[in-house]
Design a protein around this ligand. Structure first.
Ligand SMILES: [Zn+2]
Ligand SMILES: [Zn+2]
Length: 213
């Protein structure tokens, strides 16, 4: 099964200019089987996402991109605390150790080797330094590539995945039409809910799908 794990809609993510309908049109055109909607720090109510899924006639799965002390973290599955209270990475990890919720690290090197870091003259970390970051080890999977990350970030992430292998995924991180499905994730079996998806991610039954431009 092919799925895009990371996409933002307007107006729920104010940085996105793609409507849900536009994201779904891209997902369908690129042959995906499902699409995750992962807004910033807010989750679609289950009934609203189910209604939207019926309306657009395409499988949609709920996630959220949380802002934490180490940057963004994608979360699939339930969380105990209201999202507006915020999470530190260690709190998220503690909670997910007692649940079946899955954590994925998006754009893992943005702070260290992203466009802004490079412009600021920051020296890119080595693969060993990346693999030693606390967030590298504690999430269930690493987002290896997206449309919001640079070639340098992809290369460094790949190098770190060689040094310290972790399950990895591809995802569009779409904020505009035309992006969904440019990177995606292949799952070993079909999933229909965030909980089923989380189980597959936690089991490491995920891999980045090839680039579909
Ligand atoms: Zn992000
Ligand atoms: Zn995002």
């Amino acid at each position: 099964m092919l799925i895009d794990l990371h996409a933002h809609t307007t107006p729920r993510s104010n940085c996105s200019r793609a409507t849900l309908e536009e994201l779904v049109a891209d997902a369908r055109a690129r042959g995906l089987d499902a699409l995750c909607i992962t807004e910033h720090d807010v989750r679609w109510p289950d009934d609203e996402l189910a209604d939207a899924s019926r309306l657009v006639d395409f499988p949609l799965i709920s996630g959220v991109e949380l802002t934490t002390d180490v940057g963004h973290v994608l979360v699939f599955g339930p969380l105990r605390k209201p999202l507006w209270m915020g999470y530190r990475l260690d709190e998220l990890v503690d909670e997910c150790e007692e649940s079946d919720t899955a954590l994925v690290l998006p754009h893992p090197l943005r702070r260290y080797a992203g466009e802004r870091a490079v412009r600021g003259g920051r020296v890119p970390p080595t693969a060993e330094e990346i693999a030693a970051l606390p967030q590298w080890e504690v999430v269930h999977a690493i987002e290896a590539a997206s449309t919001q990350t640079t070639a340098l970030e992809h290369t460094l992430t790949a190098a770190a995945l060689t040094v310290a292998p972790r399950p990895s995924v591809g995802a569009s991180d779409a904020h505009a039409p035309g992006r969904v499905g440019t990177y995606a994730t292949e799952l070993d079996r079909a999933v229909h809910t965030a909980e089923e998806l989380a189980t597959e991610i936690r089991a490491g039954h995920v891999r980045p799908a090839r680039f579909r431009a």
